[in-house]
Ligand binder design. Sequence first.
Ligand code: 9D3
Length: 247
Amino acid sequence: MAAPLRIDILTLFPDLFEPVLGSSITGRARQAGLVEWFVEDIRRYADNKHNKVDDRPFGGGPGMVMMCQPLWDCVQDVESRDERPATRILLTPQGEPLRQSTVEELASEPRLLLIAGHYEGIDERVIEKLNPREISVGDYVLSGGEIPALALVDAVVRLQPGALGHADSAVEDSFSQRGPDAERLLDCPHYTRPRVWQDLEVPDILLSGDHQRVADWRLEQMKTRTRARRPDLLQETEDQHEHPADT
Ligand code: 9D3
């Protein structure tokens, strides 16, 4: 059996992770031996008696900047705990926007090391030395990198073979039966009993029992919704990610 994916998470808020990751699909994936994670408190590596890990920015301005030394020492120590080299990832608003193709790449690595920043930022020199992949989860402002790190771990773990229960993998199967087209499309609407609720009826075609017509209808709904809500997904190419058009 393959060694489990190892994820190390470096943070100033270590208590945030276990309650979220221990639940649901990630928790079950760990119990099944598909993944293991270790949360390290960067503050443990402060070398001063006040456990200070941040300082005022050179050049002035508001906020505090995370110092180089505690983060550097934390990375060195954590990396020494396993001989496999880690893919280093810094969660930062300056990073590349996370998308499913990135998640797929990361899910195939043996070991990930995630750094969640807090404060206004991290001293650029330690970022330069660590040379991590820099990833953002979107163009809005959060208070820190912890929630982005949780999102990334969840997205990566559910792609580990065997992580989705039988029900979920059945859903995946029917999804892939829609063909490669479906992978970049938004989902179709879903309905369950009762057939009529507050005067609203379930589309007749879903009650027809004709599986081919149901599949065709669902794919058509997916395309229509994607065109209406996320037209950007319909023309997504590698080139556009590297050179986003401004129109
Ligand atoms: C309001 C402060 N901003 C300066 C004008 C800079 C800033 C620093 C630190 C903004 C946010 C943060 C904390 N966020 C993250 O570390 C973060 C993040 C995010 O805020 N949005 C989307 N993805 C990410 S990944 C890490």
